[in-house]
Design a protein around this ligand. Sequence first.
Ligand code: BGC
Length: 848
Amino acid sequence: MPPSRYPPPLSLRCVAASCPIPITIMLLLVLYFSGGSGSPTASSPRYTQTGVYFNSTGTAAYASATLYNPAAAPTPNYFDSVPPGYTSPQAPAPLNRTSLNPSPRWDAAYTKARAYLSNWTLEEKVQLATGAGWQIGRCLGNIPAIPSQKFPGLCLQDSPLGVRLADYVSAFPAGINVASTFDKDLMYARGYAMGEEFKGKGANVALGPATNMGRVAAGGRNWESFGGDPYLSGWATEMTVKGMQDAGVQAVVKHYVGNEVERKREMSSSNIDDRTLREIYVHPFLRAVQSDVVSVMASYNLINGSWASQNAQTLNQILKTDLGFQGYVMSDWQGTHSGVLAAINGLDMTMPGDIVFNSGDSYFGYNLTAAVRNGSVSTARLEDMAERILAGWFLVGQDEGYPAVNFDSFRRLSTLNNSHVDVRADHDVVIREIGAASTVLLKNVNSTLPLKRPRSIFLAGSDLAPSPRGPNGFEDRGGLNGTLAMGWGSGTAEFPYLVDPLTAISYQARHDRSLLDWHFDDWDLKTLQARAQTAQADLVLVGVHSDSGEEYITYDGNVGDRNNLSAWNNGDNVVLAAANVSSNVVVIVHSVGPMDMEKWIEHPNVTAVLWAGLPGQESGNSLVDVLYGAYSPSGRLPYTIAKRREDYPADIDYVPVRGPPYQPQVNYTEGLFIDYRHFQERKITPRYPFGFGLSYTKFNYTNLLITPLTQTSNIQEHHSRNVHHAGASGGNTTQVGSSLTPYLQDPFYHVSIDVQNVGNITGCEVPQLYLSFPASTGEPPKVLRDFSKVKLWPWDAKRVEWTLSRYDLSIWDVAAQRWKIPDGEMGVVVGKDSADEGVKGMFCPGQC
Ligand code: BGC
């Protein structure tokens, strides 16, 4: 069940029984790195309204929709070279929002929105839907204030891991790391803390979370999202959205849908069959809608040949009808391709407003006004757009007491525009915990870890060191020459500081009276070996990394997507050089996604591997917590790490970045078989399976029970039972909300299991619930449905409980266009990871 409060019980969650770092030292570290004592709070400076900004000379300017000059007729030529693509099957916009699942919250918000809008002019409603234009206003996207209606405007700001382009904000762990905590409380806590920061800065709309799937291992933005499984992504999406919106900010779940590669993302067509689309790629968005997400960002790409921002099938039919989404759809930045068609097919807001950056025109703006006047777009549809946008604003309570914008993304030196409000509060605590909780222990020979006061430590690999350029030395983090703690692109924030591994390990070494020496030149391996030998170190810690990001930045030849899956900066050779001179090499990996470790993973001198992902500003502290056992490792891989790149089900088509093909076809031919689903289907042994992660202790699972909630009797382990139900029906898909009816979504089965800590160290375990559908369905051998994180003292046991809905037990019936529980026996496996045989049971939710 989702936690209902914040902060959740963080501090003692997976903290080991005996903490080797005295609390005082920890406190001192926190104080030291946060630059002072006490928790700074957001003060209340004289905020100006959204929409009013000051240019570099300090003159107040006003951003408004009248910016668009009708004389400058829009002549879009940006995609002239792109074949227009056909338009998706037409599906009408569901204007009558009478939902099958009436949400009292949305109903109340709509009542307010309708009342508020009652005297708005057509132009004012159009203005709500039209961004002011690129860099016009203080935020990445700006809906100008409408003084006549006392509407303060909207500030839309990146990113999924914190407030972008602002100071005195936190740099949270990336989405991929919070996914690898497999901890719903931490997912919520991170969302809530980020929401507080957006609110403190006066940003109404946070452009996150991102929840695209890790379909290809080298996908440049995979790290912004939640990995390779729709249910893990779904949980992370739900908890993040809830956290953010509970804190008062509007969440935007993105990029809807099929934006899984960066290369030519603005012109490629993701071709996805209906069942795969619903079961894999739409699923996390369904969970966002279930969590009352306010907004959805349409992706850049086309879907089955039709732009995502004007795709009637994905917007009007799936999102707004089947899922009954009540909020508004915005375009990605410059991702709108038409006015009338986009409006009719489901787009509610164009961002940043102009057709291309600084073009001074818009597909909406005066063009939408004209289209409504001449009947091309109905008044009812415009009304619907405006209601959706304002209902979202009311839903999260932004109509009262919301701070005005107090920073400026583009004029950061302007003293008039930037109040430098410190919004970080004590978020470093949750950041540090997520960093530790997301760290995955992949290898640990003879209990090398946790470290026990080593006498002498040698560090190697530039990943353990601070960057000589500082943590923000590359714009939007588009470069790497020190430790890696986030990827690059719009999904970033400025680090307020970055605790690198060297610094954190130094403090620990001082405490332990360890000797500490290092060599961070990744290319001078002879010196590395000589120095490591001279140090006579008990262990060599080697840091390696692999980076990627968004397409608009190319670094070292990587156009967003990675060109290869190997360690950057000679990483493999650094590990091998260390392993040739030391019999105790512990490798730390900071990576945006799966990385090839084959050159050294089985080397007998590589005794332990910690996979730290992208932990954010507290990186070194989080690492030390796990390395030395203050925090019991309980992170799990949110994707499969293969032995060979060819083992993955899909890869990037490295088409030329410039020139043809102008509309690359990205065919999702692997269908439902992404990530571990493919490896299991093809019986390919990965290096490490999805969901994998070791612990410093051991756990046992027993007593699996599967109980139909409509029946009273229990079903025992390995015991099958015929329970006859009428088969799940999603109802008529032309009805709004048919995929989220209580019939489909209410708890239908109860699954529980005993988990016991059978080792002698306190630790956290992550039992994972997988289903095996009847073979006739064509589903992958196993699919994840739920997971829990439980903390257990030595020999302590807990009962872990989950519920499954009819939807969870269904497949998408393409012919019938509805969710359906298949006939036949279904298997349940509760295991430690996707490959674990675990504890099994059978049941029959359909007809047997
Ligand atoms: C990205 C979005 C981002 C937007 C605004 C786009 O390039 O795809 O994720 O929110 O820019 O920065």
